[in-house]
Design a binder for this molecule. Structure first.
Ligand code: SF4
Length: 168
């Protein structure tokens, strides 16, 4: 970046191929480094070092209890510390809920109940409710799909026990 010819930089760095040397130029362009430094400077200006103090006992307890309070009947709420519930505790619709596979039956029950309520609302002409119930139904189905994905991803494949060639 200070004008040294790349082929000299290649020799100094001990690279066999000039592409390797030029790769560093591509990966670490001066503009990127400068932009990162400016970002750090801005961040330090907005978060002065005195904010990074040791928390008090009370603050630490509040932090820990936040995680305990995130447990809900069908999983765990993933909202950030010290933030309120943004969806009025409609967890089945909420993207922040991480559903618990152990609660699959409960989520199924919620899904079936929503299907029945949609049918009833349509039958009775309560069309104002149908739309909202359908959003909840889509949420419940999405949670079930998430549970199934997690269960599938965790399932193990039995590869058998390796044997020495002479044992076969
Ligand atoms: S609705 Fe969302 S943010 Fe609110 S408690 Fe449930 S999972 Fe958390």
């Amino acid at each position: 970046m200070n004008g040294l010819p790349p082929h000299i930089a290649q020799v100094i760095c001990g690279h066999k191929n000039i592409d390797t040397t030029m790769g560093y130029k591509a990966v670490y362009p001066a503009e990127t480094i400068e932009a990162h430094r400016a970002f750090i400077a801005r961040r330090r200006a907005t978060r002065p070092s005195e904010e990074y103090r040791t928390p008090t006992e009370q603050e630490w307890d509040a932090f820990l209890s936040h995680f305990e309070k995130r447990k809900v009947s069908i999983g765990t709420c993933g909202r950030a510390f010290s933030t309120p519930c943004v969806h009025e505790h409609a967890c089945v619709r909420c993207a922040l809920l991480r559903p618990d596979p152990a609660q699959r039956a409960r989520i199924e029950e919620i899904r079936d109940n929503l299907v029945a309520r949609i049918a009833e609302a349509e039958r009775e002409g309560w069309l104002g409710e149908v739309e909202g119930l359908k959003v909840s139904l889509a949420g419940a189905e999405d949670k079930l799909a998430q549970v199934d994905r997690r269960t599938r991803d965790r399932s193990t494949v039995d590869l058998g026990i390796p044997t020495a060639r002479g044992d076969q």
